[in-house]
Design a protein. Sequence first.
Length: 236
Amino acid sequence: MWKNEALTTETSTAEAGAAPAQLRAVVADDETLLREGLASLLERSGFTVVGQVGNAVELLALVRKTNPDVVVVDIRMPPTHTTEGLEAARVIRQELPDTGILVLSAYVDVEHAMELLASGRGIGYLLKSRVTDVADFVDTLQRIAKGASVVDPAVVQELVSGRRRDDPLAALSPRELEVLELMAEGRSNAGIGRRLWVTEGTVEKHVRSILTKLGLPETDDDHRRVRAVITFLDSR
């Protein structure tokens, strides 16, 4: 769970990266303070929060009524506090495939993360304890709303540590694997370049090589990136 300061610090930075198109968001979490804190943060960062709810039933009703651009939902929701949020995310993806979904979890669950990512574009899975940078969180949510897929680095690391040698990624170079891992974290080419201290053009060359080596069919680049990330996460 986020510390209070994580929701309130760096507000000016988050506002500087405010969503330019007034993205419409729904926040679902049964913890009132966290839910209201998230909603307040998003409003200050340029989002329009069309509603807040505390359980999965209310979430589905609100999403069907408002058709938001993105939904932030806790994986554990009443009444059993198991996977109600995840189940609601599945329904939202089926009924409103263009709505971005960010699922927040208190623990690493590789199976659920992979299942979410396999459902298409505009999906995110993050650990609550990892979301400490307000500006980065806002940027991540904006990208999910626009079709990006984002997975928590802890999930990525768990998959990397158990990756088999005979998987589809065997043809990739160490640098390409590093780039693909950062792609799986939802980073843009510019963000990857900053992390690796290389130019964006160099990253683009690595990405093109990755997509070619993985044998991904020629479609739009965003879709190919999602497929590459799914291949990466599925190779354990």
